[in-house]
Design a protein around this ligand. Structure first.
Ligand SMILES: C[S@@+](CC[C@H](N)C(=O)[O-])C[C@H]1O[C@@H](n2cnc3c(N)ncnc32)[C@H](O)[C@@H]1O
Length: 424
């Protein structure tokens, strides 16, 4: 029998590249001995193995794809410019809407409040995880030059006079994990907010009124379309005077050189990122409609001025605005009035039934109200008596005879606690 010797098949990716590693004699001997002891046929094989092991340890596992298994929501109502959907907005974000089809998302998600509200909040610790598929959906549907505006209230840790970081963690995750850019943080100050939490503010007197929500303005690109010319405020009296009588250019205490450029009338002042909007409306068309139809009004509605500010600054007429946590569809109502296309989705049908009041042609459309200005006193504007010592123990215990007379005893009833609130 003739034995045919087969040649070794050629490797598909032959190892032609050579790397020189400079070693001392001792290192060389040691490596060679170790490679042999471990069963490697050559030093090259040993080095390749070592490299593979280190490289695999470095590789970050790809996160699982986020395509939630949620049905598309159903169309609930349409208007001239808008569509209201009933259902989980994850379905809308990942299935119904086309990629890149939305110019602005302006929304107020359920807050991670410790004391859960009737509209269903997620626990603060779980919040960022819960938000992840929404964030991915937002990225999917936003146009390149679009914006994402999230109004989010802070939360107190349970039983403590200290704050949760959940809304800051959300912001960091949106930028770091989902690639959004933080264009500018805004703060919505509700001057009509009651003092709360009553225990820390009214009773122990160790914290101040929590009256500001963070509003994160983000975008998929660093250059979303925007113009502050759309949201100007009236000039202050001193600026009006300056425009009429002129200004002698001089250095300010801060070192800023106030040049004559400041004498140009630009039609109004560029507003600050503090939005003073009272959420006081209690007798509008929406409330009347809810009352007449036996519907509970939404407990956490936007004041219309809040979405209006961002819609005006960040969209043109005909652009598309989305509120995925629509509630009573204030965003829809404002968008309709401003001639923007809009989409709202809401998981709770009862809120949508009430929202219909906003789009009933028989009910007169509410016009944008020109806001009244608010006065903010500088800190420590009243005479201060600091001979009274600060609460011992940082207010850990309720102290009878504390600054607030009514707080000597814990309030026994809801009625009593209201009296405490009103007293501050
Ligand atoms: C803070 S409220 C928004 C209120 C709204 N800005 C307004 O002016 O009426 C949050 C809303 O999100 C809704 N919601 C919570 N999870 C949702 C989800 N997965 N899809 C759609 N809506 C959801 C809640 O039912 C609640 O009405």
């Amino acid at each position: 029998m003739e034995i045919v010797k087969m040649g070794r098949p050629k490797a598909k990716t032959p190892r032609k590249a050579v790397a020189n590693v400079r070693l001392t004699d001792a290192e060389h001997q040691e490596m060679e001995a170790t490679a042999k002891a471990l069963g490697y046929s050559s030093m090259s094989e040993y080095v390749r193995f070592l490299h593979r092991e280190r490289a695999d340890a470095l590789a970050v596992p790809a996160p699982p794809p986020i395509v939630p298994n949620v049905p598309a929501p159903r169309l609930f109502h349409t208007t001239r410019h808008g569509q209201i959907y009933h259902g989980d907005s994850l379905g809308l974000l990942h299935k119904t809407l086309k990629p890149g089809s939305v110019d602005l998302i302006v929304t107020s998600p359920p807050f991670g409040l410790v004391r859960k509200k009737s509209y269903g909040n997620e626990d603060a610790d779980e919040y960022v995880k819960w938000f992840r598929p929404f964030a991915e959906g937002f990225k999917r549907v936003l146009s390149k030059q679009g914006s994402l505006v999230i109004d989010i209230g802070g939360a107190w840790k349970k039983g403590l006079a200290t704050r949760s970081l959940y809304h800051f963690e959300l912001l960091i995750s949106l930028v770091r994990d989902h690639g959004f850019h933080l264009c500018q943080e805004h703060f919505w100050w509700n001057p009509a907010k009651l003092p709360s939490p009553a225990e820390w503010v009214n009773i122990r007197r160790i914290r101040v009124k929590d009256a500001v929500n963070c509003v994160w303005w983000l975008s998929p690109s660093p250059w979303p379309k925007a113009s502050n010319k759309r949201v100007l405020s009236p000039y202050s009296d001193s600026m009006k005077d300056l425009l009429v009588n002129g200004y002698t250019a001089k250095l300010r205490p801060s070192g800023h050189d106030i040049s004559t450029k400041f004498q140009k009338d630009n039609g109004g002042a560029v507003p600050p990122n503090l939005l003073a909007i009272a959420n006081t409306e209690s007798n509008g068309i929406y409330q009347a409609y809810c009352k007449a139809h036996g519907i509970d009004p939404h407990p956490a509605r936007f004041p219309p001025g809040l979405p209006e500010y961002f819609i005006r600054m960040l969209t043109d007429r005909g652009d598309t605005v989305l509120d995925p946590f629509g509630g009573s569809c204030v965003t829809g109502e404002v968008s309709e009035r401003l001639g923007r296309k809009w989409i709202c989705s809401e998981i709770d049908a009862a809120f949508l039934t009430g929202a219909l009041a906003r789009f009933d042609p028989k009910l007169a459309a509410r016009q944008s109200s020109l806001g009244k200005p608010y006065e903010i006193f500088p800190p420590c504007s009243l005479p201060i008596n600091d001979s009274e010592r600060l609460p011992a123990g940082g207010g850990k215990e309720r102290i009878s005879g504390n600054v607030n007379q009514i707080s000597r005893a814990a309030p026994k009833s809801k009625k009593q606690s209201k009296i405490v609130q009103a007293a501050v």
